[in-house]
Every structure is written in C-alpha cells, then in structure tokens.
Design a protein around this ligand. Structure first.
Ligand SMILES: Cc1cc2nc3c(=O)[nH]c(=O)nc-3n(C[C@H](O)[C@H](O)[C@H](O)COP(=O)(O)OP(=O)(O)OC[C@H]3O[C@@H](n4cnc5c(N)ncnc54)[C@H](O)[C@@H]3O)c2cc1C
Length: 422
C-alpha cells in the first residue's frame, strides 16, 4: 500500500469536495424537498453542502438539541484542558447563511409511501429525499446490570454534554489513590482509538492532580486500534499508572454492579472509585425503528450515494452506517455526508453523477503535547467501501513530530467544525 503524508490527504479532500459540488440546476422546476434527520456531524454537513450546492432544493434539518457538543476533543475536557463551551456549536449560521430551515424537534417516523417525515410534536413534512444521521444507540441488553438509568451513576460519556460533565465531576471529586475503571466496548463502535485516548488524558490529569491514582481498562476485545502507539506512550508518559486487561485475560465483561461501582469479569470482580462503562453500540434508535437496520445492528448503504439498501429514497450517513472499511468517526461522517449531498443534488437537479472520494483523518492525544494521526482514503468497490491508501503515525517518531501533530490537531478542530457548522 502506497504511503502519503497527512498534508497530501488534506489537499486531496478539499479539492475533490469542491470539484464535486457544482451540480447543474434545472431551471423553472418547483423546489425539491430534502429533510435531514439529526444535526450532528453527518446531518449538519449534509444539510450545509446540499444548500451550498444548489438553490433549487428546500432543506429542512430536524435536531432536538439547540446546540451540539462534539465528542471529539471531549477527552481533553475530561483532562481539564478545555471547556465544554469551546466544544459546543449552534445552528444559526446554517439557518442564516445557507437558508436551511432548522427545526428543533425529534423525528418520530418516516412514511416512505406517503413520503412524509413525522415530527414528535405532530406535523408531517413532505420530502423527495431524506438523509438520516442519528448517530449511535447503546445496546444495553448486551451488558448485564447496566441500563439508561445507570448512566446517571456510572456515565458512558460516549455522547458529549451532560454525560461528559458528570464524568469530569466524578474525576474531580475522586480521592487520590483511587482506581478509575474504564470498560471498553466490543467492535464496531464510535471512534476506535477514543477509549484509549481517554485513558491517556485521564492519566495526564491524575499525574498533575492525583498522582497515586491508577487506571484499569477492562476490554471486551483482545486488541485495539493503534495499540503499539498507546502502549509505547503509556510507558513513556504514565509508567505504572495504566493497566490494560484484554478479554482473553479476564474472560470478558460479565456484569456491572452499579450500586457497588464494580465490574464483574469471568475471572474477577474489579472495584472502582470512578467507573466509566462504554456499552456495546448499534445504529441510533431512529434507524432501528424505521427499517433501516439489518441483522448487524447497522444500516447497509449504497457506497456511492449512501442511499439505504433497505429503504429507497432514504439516505443514511455517519456512525449509523455499515460502510465497509470506513470507521465510525466525525471525519468519516462529514466525508460521507458530502458524497451523499452531491449524489442527492445530482439526482434532484439532473446534473452529472460522480463517484465519491471518501476520507478519514483522525488525531489522537497521548498527552497534551504528544499526538498521533491516521489518514486514510477509501473507494467504492463491488458494492462496498475499501481502503485504498493509508498513513499512520509510527512508534519511533521524534518529540517534535508529536508536538507538531498536537498543534495540527488544534487547527484541525477549528477548520473541521467550521466546515460543518459555519
Ligand atoms: C470520546 C470521543 C472522541 C472522539 N474523537 C473523535 C476524533 O478525534 N475525530 C473524529 O473524527 N471522530 C471522533 N469521535 C467520533 C465522532 O464523535 C462521531 O463519529 C460523530 O459524532 C458521528 O457523527 P453522526 O452525525 O453520525 O452522529 P452524531 O454526531 O452523534 O449526531 C447524531 C445527531 O442526531 C440527532 N438525532 C438522533 N435521533 C434523532 C431523531 N429521531 N430526530 C432528530 N434528530 C435526532 C442527535 O440529537 C444528534 O445530534 C469521537 C467520539 C468520542 C465518543
């Protein structure tokens, strides 16, 4: 596999997206209607790029929350390195600059026969196409003892906002010398490196404020994404503070005792001062309830248009999809949403359809000044999506290279959230 630099990937992404967004307008036609379900990264990007590509489509974005808090960089918030406000974005620019009709409500159901989307508050919105981007749901049934009510005592903090604040408060009030137990989920799940980034940044926080404390990762898996990079960084930055126990060692996670704040594995029960349980995941509830999910728990999609393979006229982007080699990341959600927006604009305005260019770039913090990255390009191949090119940081990189990646990550955050919400 040919290796490329991160900078080359960045240039390719921008140029190809711009080249893809100029569909010919069909003059004199009534405005087609697109409803976007969910104003997270996938939904907000799809709405914005559709609006930027043509004025002949009326776009409505439905999202219950007034503001969106990013999961990416929320581990920095847990470490006390940024505020939650700095990770929070509103929808005003999408409405004012791009003319998107933003409705703060939940979508209850799609009626593919009547071609309407029903809002929880009652009204039904007619559509020509729907884009669904509901993110993830937690499969509580797969984890004995843990359910939605339990998240108020043992947070997952896998959706950013109140859950992240709760976990931060628990870390702050924990006594020095306590054990932070993190339960890492089975594949596939939202953002493969993020549990281990969380362990790294919580270790950084402990090192500054509670140096006798320890972190125990109880994993549902036997290996994890970029494992060599994390193990190397834990040895260099946090020697003796982080212990990772794979499923083959513990026999797997068996149950959570919420009141006792402990995690039962096949071999042993582990007591926590603070516990963070990240449950197994499936596509967001809306996708499950509207016939978009197959037996895998995720939404199969056409790799070029992101139209559902189960419900014609309904497109799915972001974490809810089952999209070949593409991981569940914000960058992927954004990349899929652009491809989907272009395909819908082409279908509704009669302009030329092109094969999409799909990318992922991911920055992961090991400490505030030590970050690694991963940049991948993908291609639709034989009904699925395959990796065609890949850049990954290496264990032996210099301190300056890692500093530079941490600086790039900060710039990436600003540029990426501008690309989605501004
Ligand atoms: C700790 C952590 C760190 C991460 N770090 C990174 C990173 O560094 N880089 C990266 O690329 N990715 C990262 N991610 C992953 C990233 O956050 C997700 O991949 C991304 O948010 C997925 O976007 P989405 O649009 O599919 O879902 P979301 O962003 O979750 O958006 C879904 C939206 O749909 C709305 N919704 C749900 N149901 C309905 C309904 N019925 N009606 C209307 N609206 C509805 C929700 O309110 C929500 O706003 C991280 C994740 C975590 C947990």
């Amino acid at each position: 596999m040919k290796s490329r630099t991160r900078r080359e990937f960045g240039c390719l992404t921008g140029a190809m997206v711009l080249a893809g967004l100029a569909p010919r307008l069909a003059a004199g036609e009534a405005k087609a209607k697109v409803v976007v379900v969910g104003g997270g990264i996938g939904g907000a990007t799809a709405a914005k790029y559709l609006a930027a590509s043509t004025r002949t489509i009326e776009i409505t974005l439905v999202e219950p929350k007034l503001n969106y808090t990013t999961c990416f960089f929320s581990n920095l918030y847990l470490a006390g390195l940024c505020s939650l406000e700095s990770l929070t974005h509103g929808y005003k620019t999408l409405a004012q600059r791009y003319g998107i009709n933003v409705i703060h409500d939940s979508v209850a159901a799609v009626d593919p026969v009547a071609k309407t989307v029903g809002l929880k508050s009652g009204p039904k919105l007619p559509y020509d196409r729907v884009v669904v981007a509901p993110g993830i749901a937690f499969n509580y049934e797969a984890l004995a003892g843990y359910d939605e009510a339990a998240t108020q005592i043992i947070p997952h903090a896998w959706n950013a906002g109140p859950q992240t604040q709760l976990l931060r408060r628990q870390l702050e009030s924990m006594e020095d010398g306590g054990v932070f137990v993190l339960v890492a989920p089975p594949n596939p799940f939202r953002c493969p490196p993020a549990p281990y980034e969380r362990a790294s940044l919580v270790a950084y926080y402990f090192k500054q404020h509670k140096p006798r404390s320890r972190i125990l990762i109880l994993d549902a898996k036997d290996s994890f994404n970029s494992q060599d990079l994390f193990l190397d960084a834990w040895e260099r930055h946090y020697r003796g503070m982080i212990e990772w126990l794979p499923a083959q060692f513990t026999g797997g996670i068996k149950a959570i005792d919420v009141k006792g704040r402990s995690v039962k594995t096949a071999s042993e029960t582990f007591k926590a001062a603070v516990a963070n349980v990240i449950p197994p995941q499936i596509a967001g509830q809306f996708a499950q309830q509207n016939g978009l999910v197959d037996q895998s728990g995720w939404c199969p999609v056409d790799p070029i248009t992101f139209e559902s393979k189960l419900q014609p006229g309904i497109h799915v982007v972001g974490d809810a999809t089952s999209a070949g080699d593409m991981p569940k990341s914000a960058f992927v959600a954004n990349s899929q949403a652009k491809a989907c927006a272009f395909a819908i604009a082409a279908a509704l305005t009669g302009s030329e359809r092109q094969s999409p260019h799909l990318f992922n770039t991911c920055y992961t913090f090991l400490s505030p000044d030590d970050a690694v990255s991963n940049a991948v390009s993908f291609k639709p191949v034989a009904g699925t999506i395959k990796i065609i090119d890949n850049f990954v940081s290496q264990v032996q990189e210099s301190v300056e290279t890692r500093h530079q990646a941490a600086r790039e990550a900060q710039s990436w955050y600003a540029a990426f959230t501008r690309d989605t919400f501004r």
